[in-house]
Write a protein that binds this ligand. Structure first.
Ligand code: UDP
Length: 452
C-alpha cells in the first residue's frame, strides 16, 4: 500500500517493561515502513489522572513483588462491575485533560498497548474525530499472551490485535468484538528478534549452532559451554538470588559446565550481591533448610501443573545423566538492564524466567526452551499454559528443583532439540511487522479519505 509519514500516538505506561518494549517495536516498524513518521508515547493516567489513577506505575511496582496482594487486586478489578465503576468514575474526572492531551499531539492514529488505556482514550479519540470532522483511527494491541485483563477489550476500536487464540475468544465472549475487527497475530517484539531469528534459523542444526557460538563470543561468553539466561522481567523480581544459588550448586554438583547469565534488570541490589558473593559457601549450604522457609504460607501459593512430556524425559535423563562428580565448571555473570536481548537469547541455551508475556514470546521467536519459575496470578497464568501446552518448557517454583531440572535438560540433547522446535512453532518474530502493515494501511486510507 501507499507509504506516507504518519503521526502515531502510543498509549502506554511503565508497569513492567513489556508495554514499552511492544510500543517501541511497533514504533520501529512505523519508521521502517512509513519513513518520516513521528511518534510519541504517552502515559495518560500518570500525567493527567486524579488519584488513584495517577499512581498506577508505583502501585504496579509494589504489587508485582507481592503476588498475594496482586492476586487480590486482580481478582477485585477483573470483572464487569468494577470496570463499569472505574470507567464511569475516571471518565467523569479525567476525560477532558486526556482529550486535550490526545488532541494536542494531532495524531493520525492512536495505538493503545496498555490495558488501562482503552475505554476513556477510545471515546475521547472518537470525540476529537467528531470535533475535527475527520476520522482518527484507534487501535488496541494486546501485549499479553495467554490471559488478559477485561479492560484490554473494547467492542469498537478500529481493530483489536491479539497474540493467541485464547485471547481472541476472550474478546468475543466478554465484549462481543466483531470478528472482522479482531486480528490474531503474535506479540509484537523488537525488530532485533526478527533479524536474529533469520540469521539463527533452526538452532538445532549445524548452521544454527555455529551462529550461536559466534554470538556467544561476540558477547564475551565462553562458547565451549552452554549458557543459562536467568531473568525476572524488567524489575528483576522473583526469588532470583535463590534461584541463581541453586542453579550454581546443582550444575556444579551434577558435573555440568555452564555460564549462568543473570539479567538483574533494574534490581541493582542483586547485581551487587552477585558480584561479591562467595560461591564456595553456596556449595556448602544445605538446601533442605530453604524448602521449609515459607511453609506456613504454602496453602496460599498458586500451584501449577508441570509438563508431563518433559517430566518423563527428566526421569530418563535422571537415569542416563553422567555420574554426579561435583566438578562442573560454572561461571555466574551478573548483568544490569540489557538492551541487546535478542543477542543474549540467541546465545542462551535455556531461559529461566518468570512468566512475562514479552519474555516468553521473545524466547519462542528464537527457539529457546524455557523454565518458568513464577507468574503473576491473573494475567500471567495463561502464559504458563501456553508454554506447557506447546511443550517448549516447564514450570517449577522450587529453586533446588529448578537447578536439578535445568541440569538434566543440559545433558539431554534430544529433549533440548524437541523443546527448541516446539518453541519455534509458537513464536512469531515478525508480529510487529504484520501489525504495523495492517494499522498503517488503514490509517493511510482514512487520511486520504479525510483529505477529500
Ligand atoms: N528486558 C530487557 N532488558 C532487561 C530486562 C528485560 O530488554 O534487562 C525486556 C525483555 O526482553 C522483555 C521485557 O523487558 O521484552 C519484559 O517484558 P515481560 O512482558 O516479559 O515482563 P514485564 O516486565 O512486562 O512484566
Amino acid at each position: 500500500s501507499e507509504s506516507r509519514p504518519l503521526r502515531v500516538l502510543f498509549l502506554s505506561a511503565d508497569t513492567g517493561g513489556g508495554h514499552r518494549a511492544s510500543a517501541e517495536s511497533l514504533a520501529k516498524q512505523f519508521l521502517l515502513q512509513f519513513p518520516g513518521s513521528t511518534y510519541e508515547l504517552a502515559d495518560l493516567w500518570t500525567d493527567h489522572g486524579i488519584l488513584p489513577y495517577r499512581t498506577l506505575v508505583n502501585a504496579y511496582k509494589h504489587l508485582s513483588s507481592h503476588p498475594r496482594q496482586w492476586r487480590l487486586f486482580y481478582w477485585l478489578s477483573n470483572n464487569k462491575l468494577n470496570e463499569i465503576w472505574t470507567n464511569t468514575h475516571s471518565s467523569f474526572f479525567c476525560a477532558k485533560p486526556i482529550r486535550e492531551r490526545i488532541k494536542s499531539f494531532e495524531p493520525d492514529v492512536v495505538v493503545s498497548v496498555h490495558p488501562t488505556m482503552n475505554y476513556v482514550p477510545l471515546r475521547q479519540t472518537r470525540k476529537i474525530s467528531k470535533e475535527l470532522g475527520k476520522h482518527i483511527p484507534f487501535f488496541t494491541v494486546v501485549t499479553d499472551l495467554g490471559s488478559a485483563h477485561i479492560t484490554w477489550f473494547e467492542k469498537n476500536p478500529d481493530k483489536l490485535y491479539v497474540a493467541s487464540d485464547r485471547l481472541y475468544k476472550c474478546a468475543r465472549r466478554w465484549k462481543g468484538t466483531p470478528e472482522e475487527n479482531l486480528v490474531l497475530t503474535g506479540l509484537p517484539i523488537r525488530h532485533g528478534f526478527g533479524m536474529e531469528a533469520e540469521k539463527l534459523g533452526d538452532r538445532t542444526t549445524e548452521a544454527g549452532k555455529a551462529y550461536q557460538r559466534d554470538t556467544k563470543e561476540s558477547l564475551g561468553i565462553d562458547s565451549s559451554k552452554p549458557m543459562v539466561l536467568v531473568m525476572g522481567g524488567g524489575e528483576g523480581v522473583g526469588s532470583l538470588s535463590e534461584i541463581v544459588d541453586q542453579l550454581y550448586a546443582k550444575l556444579t554438583k551434577q558435573g555440568v559446565d555452564a555460564t549462568i547469565c543473570v539479567v538483574c534488570g533494574r534490581n541493582e541490589k542483586l547485581l551487587k550481591e552477585l558480584a561479591t558473593k562467595d560461591w564456595e559457601s553456596v556449595l556448602e549450604e544445605d538446601d533442605t533448610k530453604k524448602k521449609g522457609k515459607r511453609g506456613f504460607f504454602k496453602f496460599l501459593k498458586t500451584r501449577k501443573k508441570t509438563n508431563k512430556f518433559i517430566q518423563q524425559a527428566m526421569k530418563r535423563a535422571e537415569e542416563t545423566a553422567s555420574e554426579p562428580n561435583g566438578k562442573g565448571n560454572v561461571d555466574v555473570v551478573g548483568l544490569g538492564f540489557i538492551t541487546n536481548m535478542p543477542e543474549y537469547m540467541v546465545a542462551a541455551d535455556i531461559l529461566v524466567s518468570k512468566a512475562g508475556p514479552g519474555t516468553i514470546a521473545e524466547a519462542a521467536a528464537v527457539g529457546l526452551p524455557c523454565m518458568l519459575t513464577s507468574f503473576l496470578p491473573g494475567q500471567e497464568a495463561g502464559n504458563v499454559d501456553v508454554v506447557l501446552e506447546s511443550g517448549f518448557g516447564d514450570y517449577c517454583e522450587d529453586p533446588p528443583q529448578i537447578g536439578t531440572e535445568v541440569g538434566y535438560w543440559l545433558q539431554d540433547a534430544d529433549l533440548m532439540q524437541t523443546m527448541s522446535r516446539a518453541a519455534t512453532q509458537v513464536g512469531n518474530p515478525y508480529a510487529a511487522d504484520d501489525i504495523v502493515r495492517s494499522i498503517g494501511s488503514q490509517t493511510v486510507a482514512w487520511m486520504n479519505l479525510n483529505e477529500k
